[in-house]
Design a protein around this ligand. Sequence first.
Ligand code: ZN
Ligand code: ZN
Length: 553
Amino acid sequence: MTAPVRIVFLGGLGEIGRNCAIVEQDDRLIILDCGLMFPDAEMLGIDLVLPDFTWLRENAHRVEACIITHGHEDHMGGLSYLLRDLSFPIYGSHLTLGLARNRIEEAGLLHRTELIPVVDGERRRIGPFDCEFIPVTHSVPHGFATAFHTPQGVILHSGDFKIDLTPVDGRVTDLARIGALAAGPGIRLLLSDSTNAEEPGHTASEITVGKVLRNLFAEHAGKRIITACFASHIHRVQQIADAAVANGRVVATLGRSMAKNVALARQMGLLTIPDASLVDIERIGDHDPRRVCVISTGSQGEPMSALSLMAAGENKWLKVGDGDTIIISAHAIPGNEYSVNKVIDGLYRLGAEVVHSGLASVHVTGHAKSEELKTLLSLAQPANFIPVHGEFRHLTHHARLAIEMGVPENNVLLAEDGDVIQLSDDGIDFVASVPAGYLYVDGIVGDVGHGVLRDRRVLSEEGVIVVVVTVDVKSGELLARPEIITKGWVFAPEAEALLEEARQRVVDTLEQAANEGSSDIETLKRHVRQAVGRFVNEKTKRRPMIVPVVMEA
Ligand SMILES: [Zn+2]
Ligand SMILES: [Zn+2]
């Protein structure tokens, strides 16, 4: 009998974001990605969401290393939090590590890790793990699929990928190697990106965006052109810069992450912009606006980003007006639509022309659509399959695709965050579960609990009523008129009668409580909360947060 191999899913199965899985072999652990998720509109005041690292902390002594498949935040944004508690080396491509390094350095945690670059096609031992790094195309360069050669056979994890046969840098998804693995040892288990499993057909190649951009630059020759895209999308930046330079424009970057990533990618030889064509944003005023192209961050409408500030007329370097064409070369990530629409509206208000993905093909996705997913399934011929990276609907569709492609139904597992699956001589199965709830981060404070979020939701939707009463320490009798302060329930100056009535209810309740002999603070608070809650609901059909404050004198 061969020892089983386990996989623990801490995130990314049931949501787009906070991708994190752990492979367990010979009692050692290797982490595959450690990402964050951006909050949705319901998560008031939350900056980001992380995987629950409890299980990893409890097993810290068994952690061998972490592999980062590519340089997106949903795959590496959790590192600067996990490294506070754990210390381990990180493997990835040069670019991925370059992008990760910035964040870890900012968090002051570089000393807790060692960044170890691996190259395309490399196979290396990391502790007991025999790992192979297979090139894939995606919306950030130099991403990997990872093959784990285990005693239970090859486990292939696709990473985020698409099958772009004509990528900007010529580095294609290594389908031949995947085919060879399938033919050779065979692929025992495939874990594959489900993001676009519901989308029919094939994704368009990244180079199609280049053609559209060149045409747009020609059409808008008389305008200043400002573009926005993801700062990590180096190939998109390349194509924007190419279109600009071909049209005799200089290029300036705007936004901190854009400037950093452009510098990093140029230094690594992954981005080619002639020195003479690159100018500092501070000197942009020296140039004829019709000979300028700005490449900016903020394509997701992030509140403090360069593009949002532009739309609000508050950008330090650029005042947008009717001489400008803005090209937003991205799709809004689900949850960001509202912010992006607000930015587009603001830009129109200032007189600018805005070209976005709803109007022209200025963006293509980085995730394989169903025909590409089928291509991978037919090449890999996996004995077992688990869809990863997606909301439950995406995982479900991907599982169906796999069954359609001939993977036996019993060998397809719809796993979710917190599931532990085991690959043994008997096949694949669920064997345990570990904590995998959302870890909310607000500012630099680690954990914001569900209770805090619930409070914020009530406060934002219903308002708050604070009731201050002063009682005699022994008898519990009221010593002064109760004070009622409210925000977000009724506008106090216009509701004096209502507030007076509420005060009277508090007086009655406390008198009754005193008669019954109740004098301890918690009991009095409960009486006040119930009485005011009932009153408010009766009179206004609302449920604001009620905060009783009982002071003893
Ligand atoms: Zn990605
Ligand atoms: Zn991703």
